[in-house]
Design a protein. Structure first.
Length: 70
């Protein structure tokens, strides 16, 4: 296991509800909002998984997607 600290700062966040395979539309919405608001992504995108796909139905999977902004 490797432990490291992520830099903080402004982030754009969107929540995807549903199967991982259907995240593309959610990413498109996030990227559209970022461009529409004159922002730029300044680092790697991060995902936070709120439940386990082995324990919930695919349509109940929750994923937070964060994009660091300039």
């Amino acid at each position: 296991m490797k432990v490291y600290e992520l830099p903080g700062g402004k982030m754009a966040k969107i929540i995807h509800k549903g199967p991982y395979e259907e995240c593309a539309l959610t990413y498109e919405k996030l990227f559209f909002w970022i461009a529409e608001n004159g922002k730029r992504i300044s680092g790697p995108i991060r995902e936070v998984y709120h439940n386990d796909p082995r324990e919930v139905q695919p349509e109940e999977i929750l994923t937070e997607i964060y994009a660091p902004l300039d």
